[in-house]
Write a protein of this length. Sequence first.
Length: 330
Amino acid sequence: MAIKSKKNSSLKRKKTRKKTKTPFKKSILIIISVLLVIVFVVFGYFLGKKTETNSVKKDNVFEDLSQLKTKKPKDAPKRVIIKPLEAKNIEKPIIPKMEEKKEESILLAYRGKKPKLAIVIDDVHNKKQLQMIQRLKMKITPSIFPPYSLAKKSHFLAKNLTHYMIHLPMESATKKFNTQTKTLMTSFSDEEIVDRVMELRKLFPKGKYVNNHTGSVFTSDYHAMKKLYIALKLEGFVFVDSFTQASSKVEQIAHEYGDAYVRRDSFIDNVQTIKSIQKQLKVAVEIAKKKGYAIVIGHPHEVTMQALKHAKSILNEVELVYIDEIYRRK
């Protein structure tokens, strides 16, 4: 009986131990489960925040894109355009343009029954001078100074004229002749030369012919004269060489571009007497007879006007014409 009671008591202890172990394990499992849930909740929370941030960023990007699409042109930054004239060497952009404009070659006009004589009066800069020329009622071409200090509105003289020239001051060997406003100098940059020609086009929108005032140095400088010749040609001008210097390079440059060389044959009033002027007119008539035409240059002196007024018998052997009746563009 004593042995049985010992066995029963040991069995009871084991059962008690099992009973005490089971609730402890359950509590541990519960704690672990709770911790895992907390971990998952926290992880899920931060993951959700990250996703939300990314979606906000995407929304902002699309918002920016939509703004760009709907942006008006006036709000867009202005384009910076570099003009060809800002280039340091004008020959590169200009010469190809000249090749495209082959129809712009300068040619001699057709000859008439009589030799042709064109009389050009240089240095015109006021209304009185122009009226003296017009009163002669002869085909005489006035060559008008661009505006300068003594005649700031001289370009208006050409407003109602069909036939005229522009008398452009250019560098001379005599320094006092280089003081006139905007005299073209061989030291000028390409841009300064081009700007001056563009200014002439604005001042004389219908102008066709330009001749040099003085200019012995400028016309003898091949590079300076070539730049001017190209710029004038592109603006629709024909350069008439006043031929103040035998070393002028204008003929060479004109022939390089297949143009007829346009130059004066004589000055008629270097000596300002009626007798001398009429003698020079007779010389001009003989030149015209030999080659079919001639160009002479005089100045708006009263004595020159008087000599021309009484020279009709001398001029009977030629057809008196404007400069544009001798030369034309193809």
